[in-house]
Ligand binder design. Structure first.
Ligand SMILES: [Zn+2]
Length: 290
């Protein structure tokens, strides 16, 4: 902290404040992950999900997938207490995880997934606690697969990498003041949360159907390991050349990066189904990795 001069700190905080509403794959990505995962639940896990989500406005994994971000408006105090659960900062080119430094008191996405899974699995916990744990798990497994939620770069997960993006996709309401003549003033994190998937213009269900039909490289399903998921995300940032050459982007960036974003959505869904089956179906036996 003492290395940062006051004006620079102010600017950093200002940029952070501008970026704050975007915290995750936007609702589109989270819905798709919930929808795709639900297709792979065992009957016993499905029945337990139905029991836990009874009374929800939309009692499906897709329907609750964005709840943890919606707390910002529905329960701001709780959102404040849990806002660090949506990401983790990793270190260096090897994307090392240093929990003592970057996950104090369990406040990062890796520890939060593990803690919420433990509550979900424990049938002696009150139903309400398990319901909320399920909603957190659905959301956070999605977040940890968004590469910029587990970055090792020193720019707050791309939030400090400003871009101007020529796009036909109208931004979410809170950001429309930054959209002028088809150009959106935003940042690299938001590009990944919202624009790369959103620029397809597809409805979440149709998009999920489309992904489910495509031939995908085999995904190892025996790796219920949030640390590994975060480190994969972190390594993909550089392996895929996700940092653009400059700060002016158009639709070609989204097109180039979409295969990676789609693959991460599918992996998130696959692993979400795996951990939910393990947590909710006592008879579940995962298959060996391909
Ligand atoms: Zn989130």
């Amino acid at each position: 902290m003492n290395k940062i001069t006051k004006p620079r700190l102010l600017i950093a905080l200002l940029l952070l404040a501008c970026a704050l509403p975007v915290l995750a794959w936007a609702p589109l990505g989270h819905r798709m992950i919930g929808d795709l995962a639900e297709r792979h639940l065992t009957p016993a896990a499905k029945a337990e999900v139905a029991k836990l989500l009874a009374g929800e406005r939309e009692p499906t994994l897709a329907g609750v997938a964005n709840w943890a971000d919606e707390l910002r408006n529905t329960d701001p105090d709780r959102f404040k207490r849990t806002s660090r659960w949506h990401y983790v900062k990793l270190s260096g080119p090897e994307c090392a995880y240093e929990p003592a430094k970057e996950c104090k008191d369990g406040n990062c996405v890796i520890a939060a997934i593990e803690a919420q899974l433990a509550i979900l699995r424990d049938r002696s916990q009150p139903l309400d606690a398990r319901r909320d744990a399920l909603k957190f798990v659905v959301h956070l497994v999605g977040d940890v697969h968004q590469p910029f939620h587990a970055s090792s770069h020193d720019d707050v997960g791309g939030n400090q990498y400003q871009i101007s993006l020529r796009t036909k996709l109208k931004p979410e309401v809170y950001a429309q003041k930054n959209y002028v003549d088809g150009v959106m003033g935003t940042n690299l994190h938001a590009m990944w949360d919202y624009y790369i998937l959103g620029e397809t213009g597809m409805h979440p269900r149709a998009f999920a159907d489309d992904l489910a039909r495509r031939p995908w490289p085999p995904i190892a399903t025996s790796d219920a390991n949030p640390t590994q998921w975060a480190q994969e995300s972190c390594r993909l940032i550089d392996a895929w050349g996700t940092y653009p050459d400059g700060h002016k982007l158009d639709a070609s960036y989204g097109e180039a990066m979409r295969p990676l974003a789609e693959r991460r959505v599918l992996q998130a869904a696959d692993r979400l189904a795996l951990v939910l089956n393990e947590a909710l179906d006592p008879g579940f036996k995962p298959q060996a990795a391909p």
